[in-house]
Design a protein around this ligand. Structure first.
Ligand code: PBG
Length: 336
């Protein structure tokens, strides 16, 4: 064994001794340019409503969205991901609000393109924020119907792109939706609209605060639909994530995503290594709220927990991170 013989010549602590050599030895770096900020939209005017289960996160009305993202833009955050809050009385079983050209997403896209033309706009494509049952597609005979859902999602994607979304992000996990959306966009001359696929999205308990944020607390226990297991992935599976990503890449995805983040770092690592295309990770609502809850109790240090978690995504191979911490992390990075 050479190991014993190399000591004391090899001392791992030597590079760690001072800040300058720690900096030069760092293998990963985090910058505001790595971050994507998810934004929740709400109807009305002058609204900035706190989300109860996500301390520090707000829903904003369209008239305030440009000012809401101004600091993110000035900090160098390249893109925001938009999600609408839809109260139960405005939902229906087929999520028809998704196809209204005057819906929150389309109006926000127009407002943001005008106010911040350089900011990347990523639109959520799924029906859960519009359906009364909270599923990501339409339900027929007790099942989320794949083809009919894909057809609606394709029209939803075109509508968002026409309103100004630079990128559509299907978060629904229907089979074949990437190819269908690509074809629908191209048929309308929207060949430059990017597709960020939620390629490996797991049936996760860590989405609960998001369902509060978008008004999807449906069902008798207001916990949202419990059976997204028929379209989202089983947390037991890793190889299957690679098959999902391979299909989405073949269908034309420009960027792929793994979601949630921290519990699935192995999946993120494998996806980036295997495909090498722009790979994103979503640090989801539950991950955010766990940290914030511990911070509120004084059990974790906010900045340290936040920065360490985000760096872990970079180390595992993420090109970028969707995170509710985007603005606080970018501020922190700017301060140095
Ligand atoms: C659904 C969707 C979900 C999230 C983004 N899009 C939740 C779900 O699948 O029920 C979760 C994001 C988060 O938890 O932060 N299309």
């Amino acid at each position: 064994m050479h190991f014993a013989g190399s000591f004391p010549a090899t001392r791992m602590r030597r590079n760690r001794r001072d800040a300058w050599s720690r900096t030069l030895s760092a293998e990963s770096r985090l910058a505001p340019q790595d971050l994507i900020w998810p934004i929740f939209l709400t109807s009305g005017t002058g609204q900035r409503v706190p989300v109860a289960s996500m301390p520090g996160v707000f829903r904003v009305s369209v008239d305030r969205v440009a000012e809401h993202v101004a600091e993110a833009v000035s900090l160098g955050i390249p893109a925001v991901a938009l999600f609408p809050y839809t109260p139960m009385e405005e939902r229906d079983k087929d999520g028809t609000g998704a196809l209204d050209p005057e819906n929150l997403m389309c109006r926000a896209a127009r407002a943001l393109k005008k106010a911040h033309p350089e900011l990347g706009l990523i639109g959520d494509v799924a029906l859960d924020t519009h359906t009364s049952h909270g599923h990501d597609g339409v339900v027929r005979d007790g099942h989320v119907h794949n083809e009919e859902s894909v057809e609606i999602l394709s029209r939803m994607a075109v509508l968002q792109a026409e309103a100004g979304m630079d990128c559509v992000a299907p978060s629904d996990m229907m089979d074949g939706r990437i190819g269908a959306i690509r074809a629908a966009l191209d048929a309308r001359g929207l060949e430059h609209t990017r597709i960020m696929s939620y390629a490996a999205k797991y049936a996760s308990g860590f989405f609960a605060p998001f369902r509060d944020a978008v008004g999807s607390l449906v069902g008798p226990d207001r916990a949202g639909p419990s059976d997204k297991k028929t379209y989202q992935m089983d947390p037991a599976n890793g190889d299957e994530a690679l098959r999902e990503v391979a299909l989405d890449v073949a269908e034309g995805a420009d960027m792929v995503m793994v979601k949630p983040g921290l519990p699935y770092l192995d999946v993120l690592y494998r996806v980036r290594k295997e495909f090498g295309l722009p790979t994103f990770v979503y640090q989801v609502s539950g991950e955010y709220s766990m940290i914030m809850a511990a911070v509120e109790r004084g059990w974790l240090d906010h900045d340290r927990a936040m920065m360490e978690g985000l760096m872990a995504f970079k180390r595992a191979g993420a090109n970028g991170i969707l995170t509710y911490f985007a603005v606080s992390a970018a501020r922190r990075l700017k301060e140095g």
